[in-house]
Design a protein around this ligand. Structure first.
Ligand code: C2O
Ligand code: CU
Ligand code: CU
Length: 535
């Protein structure tokens, strides 16, 4: 007990010293010029915060999550060097933490709404890291903000109560500037939450509840991972691998029985967007999005899944014969500059022209094969009603007349939000919200620019830390591939689109992030803090 509090206090001390150095480093000149102010967060600079959660916290599940280097025999020949999470369960049912066989992906952590979780991140990497629980509603100090990074050999203890609805959430590193390469190296895992409402829906479970984590990777001749070449244009677009991986494996085949399945899809790629569809043309039946079950199933011919987003599909093979094969595919679409257009043309004239991506964003390919191999007698029936999703009423917003607007634009070869890039402890006046309120936020991707700049139009999957939100409407949409009905934490904003959200800031005060979940955009600073104030 004492030992743990010690660790927390050490974390706190280290944190406040770092914060101080950073603030001193900014200087007042540039900040004054931009009208921005450095930010110190009184709540989390004090050690009371640590002990407030520490004393009397009795976890239902207590584990260590160790981030370190490892090897994975992905291909015949040399094993691939990867970075990975592994877990050690100290308390609670160890079956709650399950490993995907032969995969670099982190263990799947399962929990129930209302449970207390303690996770001790142990950093055995050669560089700083911190874990973020993507989609989970946790206090600021438990959210994995980049200012909380711990160095090699250090650890960070998380304690939180699972407050989310049942759903498919995930975890990944969040150190500023190096999130892209760390996730690419293999650091990512699923965090699944269950609750009574979900149990009442009677969905397929056990071996009929299957996670599918979709990623793209590129390898050299020695089977080692290849990341960006270092060309600035490549970074502007984001990393695009030439092989599609599912659950940490290439050329994935999912054997299924003649029954109904719950497929939990996560786009864990750095920057690739998938336009999901069934190869045999049957519609996708979507039962859940980022923040859990929809009210009722929806059907789409295709659905876009951007980095960070999750979607759950109902897939029923009960009328397919044994031996039947289909596939989950990605259909072709116009991905703006990330389709390789900027690489190929005038943009690079005169200079050293880099090769466009082998498999551009928006290219068509197969994601995974599905093979019906076994018969089962009894199968689940798709419920008409899945859960209760309260109506999103814009009139609840305190800024109904003046939505907060966030322009997604490029400036000086950098992606920006309202012309700004990330600074560790900086919050602008227009990034402060009040606790207990709901607000209208609008992400605007219509300002792609003129002439040359037009070529750099890009999709941006925008993500909010801290709270799930609702999508009210979009403008400029030319397709049917969105599922905006449920709770979301990441929303794809295609070039030419504006998306209006109803956000909420219920309880936890403090500093949280919002950013583009194209990890190369995030790393170059297309990320900002917002602050939830208590008065
Ligand atoms: Cu999944 Cu701040 O990210
Ligand atoms: Cu997040
Ligand atoms: Cu972006």
């Amino acid at each position: 007990m004492l030992h743990r509090i010690d660790i927390l206090q050490k974390n706190e001390k280290k944190k406040s010293r770092r914060a101080f150095l950073k603030l001193a480093g900014y200087g007042m000149i540039s900040l004054a010029a931009t009208g921005l102010r450095p930010f110190t967060d009184p709540l989390f600079a004090s050690p009371e915060q640590a002990s407030a959660s520490g004393i009397g916290f009795v976890p239902d599940l207590d584990l260590s999550l160790i981030a370190g280097a490892g090897q994975d025999a992905i291909f015949p020949g040399d094993p691939t060097g990867v970075w990975r999470y592994r877990a050690q369960v100290h308390k609670g049912n160890s079956r709650r933490v399950s490993v995907l066989p032969d995969s670099y992906l982190g263990p799947i952590i399962r929990s129930n709404k209302g449970e207390k979780i303690r996770i001790r991140l142990v950093n055995e990497l050669p560089e700083e890291t911190i874990v973020h629980w993507h989609g989970l509603h946790v206090p600021s100090a438990m959210d994995g903000h980049p200012r909380d990074v711990v160095g090699p050999g250090q650890h960070y203890t998380y304690e939180f109560t699972v407050a989310n609805r049942a759903g498919t959430y995930w975890y990944h590193p969040h150190p500023h500037g190096i999130t892209g390469p760390q996730v690419y190296g293999g650091l990512a895992g699923l965090f699944l939450v269950s609750d009574d409402e979900e149990r009442a829906a009677g969905l397929p479970d056990g071996s009929f509840d299957i996670p599918l984590v979709i990623q793209d990777r590129t390898f050299d001749r020695d089977n080692q991972l290849v990341y960006l070449s270092g060309h600035p244009m490549e970074r502007m677009i984001g990393f695009l691998g030439d092989r599609i991986f599912v659950n940490g494996k290439p050329d994935y085949t999912l054997p299924v029985s003649t029954g109904a399945y719950r497929l939990r899809l996560l786009n864990g790629s750095n920057s690739r967007i998938y336009k999901l569809a069934w190869k045999d043309g049957r519609p996708l039946t979507v039962i859940a999005t980022d923040g859990g079950l929809l009210e009722t199933p929806v059907h789409r011919r295709y659905v876009f899944l951007a980095p960070g987003e999750r979607i759950e599909l109902w897939a029923d093979f009960s009328s397919d014969p044994i031996g039947y094969e289909t596939a989950l595919v990605s259909l072709p679409f116009d991905a703006g500059a990330s389709g390789g257009r900027a690489m190929g043309r005038g943009m690079m004239r005169g200079g050293r022209t880099p090769q466009g991506p082998q498999l551009p964003n928006g290219a068509a390919f197969q994601i995974c094969k599905i093979a019906v191999t076994r018969a089962v007698q009894k199968t689940h029936r798709l419920p008409d009603r899945l859960s209760e999703v309260v109506r999103a009423d814009p009139r609840q917003a305190v800024n109904i007349d003046r939505p907060r607007r966030f322009a997604l634009t490029m400036g000086h070869m950098r992606w920006t939000i309202n012309g700004r890039t990330f600074r560790m402890e900086e919050v602008a006046d227009d990034e402060v919200v009040r606790i207990g309120t709901k607000e209208l936020w609008e992400f605007d991707n219509t300002g792609g620019g003129m002439g040359m700049m037009r070529m750099m139009d890009m999709p941006h999957p925008m993500h909010l830390h801290g709270q799930q939100f609702r999508v009210l409407y979009r403008t400029g949409v030319t397709h049917e591939g969105y599922v905006d009905e449920g709770w979301k934490d990441t929303v794809l904003v295609m070039p030419g689109e504006r998306v209006r959200l109803l956000t909420r800031f219920d309880d936890y005060p403090g500093l949280f992030l919002y950013h583009c979940h194209n990890l190369e955009h995030e790393d170059m600073g297309m990320m900002r803090n917002y602050y939830i104030r208590t008065s």
